[in-house]
Every structure is written in C-alpha cells, then in structure tokens.
Write a new protein. Structure first.
Length: 197
C-alpha cells in the first residue's frame, strides 16, 4: 500500500470483461502475425476504456476522489456498449495510435464521462477541452516510424477482417493506478463504484 504522501499515476476507467479481452487478444494475434518492430502492442489483459486521466496524485487524495466520483455516478444505471471498428489517431493514412471504437449507449457513456470530469474539477483536475472519443487503444507506433512503415501498417489494418462485435455491460467504474515498468505498464484497481441497478 503506498504511503499517504506518495504520488501515484492514476486514471478513471471502465474495465473490460474477460470475454472482451479474449476477443481482443484474438484480434491482436491476427494483426501481430506480421511482426513489425516499429509497433508496440498493448497487452490485451490491460486494455480498458479510459474516462479520465488524472496523472500523478498524492495517495491521500484517493478517498476524496472516491467520494466525488460516488456523487458523479448517482442516478446512472448500468448500460450496454459494444466493441466495434478499427481506427487510428490521427487517421488511418498516418497512424500513430491504433484503436478500436465503441458503440452502443454512447449518450449514457458521454454523460457519465462529463459528470466525472465536472465532479473532479474542484480538486484541480482540468476539464477536458477536446471532445471525448470513446476507444480502446490496441497499439502505438514508435516515434521514429517512417512514413513508408506507417503506410504498410495502415494497409495491414485496413485488410484485417474484424466482424465481431463484443458486448460490454458497464456495471462499475474504477479508479486505476498505473505503474510504468520496463516490461510495460501494470494497472491496479484502487476502488470500483457500482452503478445503481
């Protein structure tokens, strides 16, 4: 357990069911067959839907964040999402980040994200200026990836058949801790809030 004054890197997220993680693992193994050294794949077990990145916070602030998030989720019933189509930031012609989009009860998701954003503002967490784009990050291309390599990767993504639609029932929202280690990030749940049935 971290000390009260210790800074921890944290974010608010929706954790994925094992069924969704298994489906994404299949997709990632398909995409990863052609091994490109310039692509850094995300471990399917650690994929999640980020609602708000908080950055470094003192561990003693966790209880207050819990209280404010409890207020923010009041009145939100469990809702349904689906893992949908492949896409990239900034776009598929010049991909830097490969992601998979989310569909389903997006209005409920956006409303929940805005409630959390507003609820945490009094603690000094700046409200998001950019519109929230719900997605699951699958891979990042390394900084020095050439335009030609990006094009090869884009062609691979566009030629990949992904017709499955994995259902995701959202019943809890979690505050997660992220520890950046040489072998990759490790995520630990600090607390989970149940949406009211």
């Amino acid at each position: 357990m971290p000390h009260e004054t210790e800074q921890i890197r944290s974010f608010v997220a929706i954790e994925l069911s094992q069924n969704v993680k298994t489906g994404l693992a299949k997709l990632l193994s398909e995409l990863g067959k052609t091994r490109h050294p310039f692509v850094k794949w995300v471990n399917p077990e650690s994929i999640h839907l980020t609602l708000k990145f908080l950055g470094n916070i003192p561990f003693k602030q966790v209880a207050e964040i819990n209280r404010l998030m409890e207020e923010a989720v009041q009145g939100t019933l469990p809702f349904h999402l689906e893992v949908s189509e492949l896409g990239a930031f900034p776009n598929l012609k010049r991909p830097r980040v490969l992601w998979i989009s989310i569909k389903g009860e997006i209005d409920t998701l956006l409303s929940l994200q805005q409630s959390i954003d507003s609820a945490l503002a009094p603690l000094g967490f700046a409200e998001e200026k950019r519109p929230f784009t719900p997605h699951l990050t699958l891979a990042r291309l390394r900084e020095r990836t050439s335009p030609a390599e990006r094009k090869i990767f884009a062609e691979l993504v566009m030629s990949t058949n992904f017709e499955s639609s994995y259902p995701l029932e959202v019943k809890t929202i979690s505050l997660m801790r992220s520890q950046l280690l040489p072998e990759g990030a490790i995520y630990t749940r600090l607390f989970a809030l149940k949406l009211q049935d």
